[in-house]
Design a protein around this ligand. Sequence first.
Ligand code: UDX
Length: 434
Amino acid sequence: MNVVMIGAGYVGLVSGACFAEFGADVVCLDKDEAKINALLEGNIPIYEPGLDDLVKRNVDAGRLSFSTDLESTIPAADLIFIAVGTPTRRGDGYADLKYVYAAAAEIATYLQGYTVIVDKSTVPVGTAREVHRIIKKTNPSADFDVASNPEFLREGSAIGDFMRPDRVVLGVESERAEAKLRELYRPLNLMEAPIHVTDLESAEIIKYAANAFLATKISFINEISQLCEKTGADVHSVAKGMGLDGRIGKKFLHAGPGYGGSCFPKDTVALIRMAQEHGVSSRIIESVVEVNASQKARMVSKIREALGGSEADKTIAVLGLTFKPETDDMRDAPALAILPALVDKGALIKAHDPQGIEEAKPLLPDSIAYMDSINETVKDADAIVLLTEWNQYRGLDLAKIKSMMKGKVFIDLRNVYERHLMEEHGFDYTCIGR
Ligand code: UDX
């Protein structure tokens, strides 16, 4: 089975490598020559655990290759996945589809034999039909179907998510297209992964609705965490007690500094715009977005309060910059909202992150100092802010760290530590909702 992946970004590269692992012959295409050359030389442009080994293994086995050339690759394809970026359009929050539509038009001329064109990028409802229209218009004699196969990959565990999915969603409009896609995903039959076959529009909405629902769970628990703080309840225990109800589920109920990343912020806003466009309300999701922004802002006040009312001239050691662990991705990371506000008020920040420093530097104030080790970061600090729950920060040598600091404030924005333990070590401990 010949698969072409248009776009060798995060989704394209992970999906392409995983389809190759399933046994398909995959070519990842990208217009960015530098990126393709790097991939041909064995350099993976993103940090995702296990991806370099997976790519190497499949390149060595001859099942995975990289190219910039559509003309030589498209004609042989059985399935072409469009996995190009859909950034938020500047100014209005709509998903920008220019790359998706450009890919559709470019593919169209080279199609030969029956081909399924599959939207993998997260695209607003109606996009698959538009892709169909563009291809038909560009190449009226092409024999093709359009399908929608949204991805549900979490950064940091994308390969596991791909290989052991909760479900695969296939939006199709013909049995031929369904059969091709089922054949591609056949290796998942062994583990009985549910394949949910539906129409194009439903598949498109499933992706947005799933992400918006998960974002809702996070904003919900973040809001409850405030009530916990005021009343002496423990949000951790509240989340556990709620989550044991199978109808609620315990996942995505960790209070924190607000969600970030490449999906939730963008997809919630895009869903609101989509609803507006269709004349329906999306009051819940609007609130989710608002609560998330105020949660990030609330973290600044929390830090200020823990520092005795002012962060001016205080040295703050920040552990973790990326929006979550096991990624170098800084998109919409809480750090981007919290750290500039602290710097503005005169805080001196030293920051550490296992993978994200290069991505973070251009996005954060110049005055921030980036450290290579945890020890250097905490040395002489008035306070530590644990911002991303990397494993490295879960088992800190508390006695040593405390002895290296100037102050004793520890602000745990991921609720990694237990209060009694931190107090035993002499810290002034602040966390979320506990
Ligand atoms: C998400 C979805 O999980 C994935 O299915 C989708 O396709 C892409 O978006 P990702 O953005 O990689 O994946 O990360 P995820 O693990 O979902 O976390 C998103 C954000 O929510 C992070 O900032 C994380 O810290 C935050 N989060 C998550 C919480 O604050 N609390 C939680 O309980 C879970």
